[in-house]
Structures are given as structure tokens and as C-alpha cells.
Write a protein that binds this ligand. Structure first.
Ligand SMILES: [Zn+2]
Length: 334
């Protein structure tokens, strides 16, 4: 039986940034429609302006619902919230654009909770603009968690070479170490394991990093954090048949993952996971939120106000984010 392609809500992001351009550029690629049914939540007029600056001849059609969308190459279906002010300047911070970006995410979250879409793919929003509009969230991840009533999610970075899920992310390093405990490590590994399985890896091999240099080197570095915070979690996971190995020295773990020894690396804090991935190039990385009612992917670049409106933004990361969203969405698995 052929299951329908997953419907993906694409939020347009901050209308003053490159979001509208990367959305239009990615959806001008007909191959995207072979993998998913994309529906933009945004502003139809802004998407038409973005098409103009990019020189794309796509048709932008405002629809009221998922049911009205046609998902045909050459046509961009958009739930048009029409919130952006007339003559919004490219590349200039705007609280109105921040408010609009918030509303796109809110509508996408509603569609996800109602099971009308199987994934969300987000174009970048501007945190300053979001805050100026009165929505005080560190970013999309926390915003989507709040909107869907989920207390704990994990951030995964995905590249063709290495995938890494984080036990902690946007929090001070001292606070991060304090927050890590066996329960949080266990839940994070389980979320990563589930995501890998839904992407088609039947028995994922998961490498779990230590906290200290050389994963503590038998007590030489640190105060036994690996034994206290990580090892009890690994024992429970292994007892459940999850192939979670470690605690590994983080520096070599990424090297080993890069040559194929691990399907997924578990990083304990933000820079431990982000550093190695960013070396592979900003274009290569897709940011995935794991643990929401639906999978959410995002480009791993920002609003790039300096080049917004010039039609020069790279769309590769958006195309890759859509591909990963389609791969991880439940409708696409057997
Ligand atoms: Zn970050």
C-alpha cells in the first residue's frame, strides 16, 4: 500500500530576513514535491516579493486549510496570515515581523497537534524581533515545546556524516553539568533511538560522550561525573536492548562516528556537539527537534539580515531540512 507523502508545515520565519527567499527557492525545486506535501505558513505577498528578487516564476496561492492545498510543483500553497506591514524593509529588525513569525509557528503547532501535518520545517526567526514582540523564548525549540505542551525535547544536529543529539543545549556550562543526571541522559538517548529508528536505522549504534576530557580517564580528570551521571543510564538502556556505548572521550567519538562506527552521538552540552558539526560546514547541518508531537527540522543558519532581499541566499540547507523532515515523518515509514 502506498502511504501518502507526509504533509510538512513550513513556517516562513522572520519576514525581514532570508526566510521567505529560502522557502521560495527550496520550493522552486520540483524534486521536493516527490518527497513531501509542503504547505507554507506565512505571508503570500512577501513570498511573491521573494520570488521576484530571486527571479523564480513560481505561483504563490493562498489557501485556508491543508485540504485546499494542491502540492504541485511550480505552485506554492500558503496559509496566508497577512500579518506583515506594507513596505516591510528587508534586513531591518521589526517587532511586527517578530510577532508574525511567532504566529506562523503557533499555527504550524496547531496543525501538528491536530495531526494535519506530519512534520514542521522552520525558516529562521530573529530572536531579537521575537522578544521585541513580547515572546520571550530562546528559540524555536522552546517555543514549539511550549505551544504543544511538551516539557522536555532534545536538539539533534544532522549531517550526512554525523548525527548528534544533545543532553543539554542553551544553558550555561556550569548549569548544564549540574542539570545532567542519569534520568535526563536516559530520556535523551531514548528520544534519539526512536528518531533513528523512524528514519529507518533498525538497530542504531549510539555513542555517548563523557563530560570530562578523556571521559574522566578513570578519575584523573573531574570528580567522577561519568560514573555518577552517565553510567547508570547506559546500564538501564542496555538492559532494554538499546546499543548505547560509552561514556566515550568526546574528541575521538566524533572521529569514529565520522568513519561510520556510530549512527548517533550523544553530546552532553551545546559546544561538545555543535563544534564538530559546524566544522563540516554550516550548509550541511540540519537542526532537528526530537520529542515534539511531530518531528521538526530547521535550517542551521540565521535570518542573515545583511543579505536579505538580495536574492543570493543559499537554499541548500532548506532543501536538506525538508528532506530530513520527510525522512523522519511517520507517514513515510513502512
Ligand atoms: Zn545554539
Amino acid at each position: 500500500m502506498n502511504s501518502p507523502l507526509p504533509a510538512i508545515a513550513i513556517t516562513m520565519g522572520d519576514g525581514a530576513g532570508i526566510g521567505p527567499e529560502v522557502v521560495v527557492g527550496a520550493l522552486a525545486d520540483a524534486a521536493v514535491y516527490e518527497r513531501c506535501r509542503p504547505l507554507v505558513i506565512g505571508d503570500a505577498r512577501r513570498l511573491r516579493e521573494a520570488a521576484l528578487v530571486r527571479g523564480e516564476t513560481v505561483e504563490v496561492v493562498a489557501v485556508e486549510s491543508v485540504a485546499q492545498a494542491r502540492f504541485e510543483p511550480g505552485r506554492i500553497d500558503v496559509i496566508d496570515l497577512g500579518l506583515l506591514p506594507d513596505g516591510l524593509e528587508w534586513g531591518k529588525l521589526s517587532p511586527a515581523a517578530g510577532e508574525a513569525a511567532y504566529q506562523y509557528v503557533r499555527v504550524a503547532a496547531e496543525l501538528a497537534v491536530a495531526h494535519e501535518v506530519q512534520a514542521i520545517c522552520t525558516a529562521p526567526l530573529n530572536k531579537e524581533a521575537l522578544h521585541a514582540a513580547g515572546h520571550i523564548y530562546p528559540g524555536h525549540t522552546e517555543l514549539l515545546a511550549a505551544l504543544t505542551g511538551i516539557e522536555e525535547v532534545s536538539m539533534m544536529l544532522s549531517t550526512p556524516k554525523v548525527k548528534v543529539i544533545h543532553v543539554t543545549t542553551h544553558i550555561g556550562l556550569i548549569d548544564a553539568i549540574a542539570r545532567i543526571d542519569p534520568g535526563l541522559v536516559e530520556r535523551t538517548v531514548r528520544r534519539g533511538h526512536r528518531a533513528m529508528r523512524s528514519s529507518g536505522v533498525e538497530a542504531p549504534v549510539i555513542g555517548v560522550c563523557g563530560i570530562n576530557p578523556h571521559a574522566g580517564e578513570n578519575g584523573l580528570f573531574g570528580a567522577g561525573e561519568e560514573a555518577e551521571k552517565i553510567e547508570p543510564a547506559l546500564e538501564k538502556l542496555r538492559a532494554d536492548g538499546i546499543d548505547a556505548r560509552g561514556p566515550l572521550p568526546a574528541d575521538t567519538a566524533f572521529f569514529l562516528a565520522g568513519r561510520g562506527d556510530y549512527d548517533l552521538i550523544v553530546a552532553m552540552y551545546h559546544d561538545q556537539g555543535h563544534g564538530p558539526v559546524k566544522v563540516l560546514g554550516i550548509e550541511a547541518g540540519v537542526n532537528i527537534t526530537v520529542g515534539l508531537p511531530v518531528i521538526r527540522t530547521s535550517v542551521d543558519h540565521g535570518t542573515a539580515f545583511d543579505i536579505a532581499g538580495t536574492g543570493t541566499a543559499e537554499v541548500g540547507s532548506m532543501i536538506e531540512a525538508l528532506r530530513q523532515a520527510a525522512d523522519l515523518a511517520p507517514a513515510s515509514v513502512g
